[in-house]
Design a protein around this ligand. Structure first.
Ligand code: PMP
Length: 399
């Protein structure tokens, strides 16, 4: 009705990268590997309840007053120390900005950098939420492939030669969503060299970096940044709870100033009450010990999924072997559309779901991939669901 009044970015004829992503199946035997949610039974609810209570007790009415635009200084100091320790990024609380989830951090970077038509490079497949945020600023995308050790830097450099106007590169270097791939240290260093040479900003989005099941976190890309051109983003969603809606970024100099400028227009400041509670939570509890509990569960779930991919899937299918995070990426032979397969065959016949791969590509031009999330199901459920899925995939491949 009001269509003619809407901005192009809200054009209802263009679907958001996030719309219709998660298939629904209400069958009692349904097994879902679709939503990328953390496991609810592992949420530290009592501890967080106490932290909220204690934060309010400690600060009273003042806690509910307007606070600072960058967010709770004590929490920022803790996060700066944490990224120093586990990401080798030397920074201070002054360079940390608290945001409404990592999602807002991504959106703020896009808002600070992109005018319509500006050029953005993204690895493919990539995180759909980032595409949804970038889409609002109407960029031109350049897709760069992923290899087993992360972004294909030769392809990136070729793309940069052809399109020297590229302003921003978005990457998820640790246990990537949707593929589970991790970028090697050598590539992290080389990527910063490329950014310095070709003059672009790197948006390093790393909400899963704590959740490595094989080794400690690798140095962040940001740790190699000497010119203030990397913005590091992370989040409490995967290591605490997503409804806290608490993410954070680390930025320097002009970029930090630009991000703060656009942030004033968005929301003035973030949810200070929640941040004070998270700060108290981190004083009263050992966050690393909690992360270890998560890792012990997720490691087994991840192993169950990889074992099933090896045992129950046909040779024509490729899959990644993640060393952390939430996801596995499966590639079926070209010509199979995983969206149609899911809707027409797999859900009706096997009641198993995944996220079809198309939306993870900015130009929606690849259809034979699919994302599996292993955090929602127990190892036994994973074995059952993957057997059912593997049988369907075999049938589809041999058709
Ligand atoms: N980046 C990536 C790669 C993600 O997978 C997610 C959550 N799915 C986010 C950012 C945003 O998460 P949140 O806003 O909950 O921090």
């Amino acid at each position: 009705m009001m269509k003619n009044l809407l901005a192009q970015r809200a054009n209802p004829d263009v679907t958001s990268a996030l719309s219709g992503l998660f298939p629904t199946d209400t069958h009692p035997d349904a097994i879902s590997f679709a939503a990328g949610s953390p496991r609810e039974s592992l949420f530290p609810v009592k501890e967080m309840q106490r932290a909220f209570h204690d934060a309010i007790d400690q600060q009273g009415a003042h806690l509910f007053q307007y606070q600072t635009a960058q967010g709770n200084p004590e929490l920022r100091a803790k996060l700066a120390a944490r990224i120093g320790k586990w990401g080798q990024v030397v920074t201070t609380a002054d360079n940390v900005v608290l945001t409404v989830g990592g999602q807002q951090a991504i959106e703020l970077v896009a808002k600070a950098l992109l005018d319509p038509g500006d050029e953005v490079a993204v690895e493919v497949p990539t995180y759909v939420g980032a595409l949804a945020a970038f889409d609002l600023y109407q960029p031109t995308y350049h897709a760069v492939g992923l290899q087993a050790d992360g972004l294909d830097l030769d392809q990136l450099e070729e793309t940069l030669r052809q399109h020297p106007g590229i302003k921003l590169l978005y990457t998820v270097p640790d246990y990537h969503n949707p593929t589970g791939i991790t970028m090697s240290v050598a590539k992290r260093r080389q990527l910063v060299d490329l950014a310095n040479r070709y003059d672009f900003v790197i948006l390093e989005d790393s909400p899963y970096r704590d959740l490595g099941y094989v080794q400690s976190p690798l140095p962040a890309i940001k740790s190699f940044d000497t010119q203030g051109r990397v913005v590091f983003v992370s989040s409490m969603s995967k290591i605490l709870m997503p409804a806290l809606r608490t993410g954070w970024l680390v930025a320097d100099g002009d970029l930090l100033a630009a991000i703060m400028k656009v942030r004033f227009g968005s929301d003035l400041e973030t949810t200070g009450v929640t941040h004070a509670a998270i700060n108290v939570f981190m004083e009263e509890n050992d966050l690393d010990a909690h992360v270890n509990v998560l890792k012990n569960h997720y490691r087994e779930q991840c192993a169950a999924m990889v074992a099933a991919l090896q045992a129950d899937f046909p040779d024509e299918v490729d899959f990644t072997t993640p060393q952390g995070g939430f996801f596995d990426w499966v590639t079926l032979p070209a010509g199979i559309d995983t969206g149609k397969l899911l809707a027409n065959q797999i859900i009706p016949q096997a009641h198993v779901s995944y996220v079809p791969g198309t939306n993870f590509y900015p130009n929606r031009d690849s259809h034979n991939g699919l994302r599996l999330c292993f955090t929602g199901m127990t190892p036994d459920e994973i074995a059952v669901g993957m057997k059912r899925l593997g049988d369907q995939v075999k049938a589809a491949v041999r058709e």
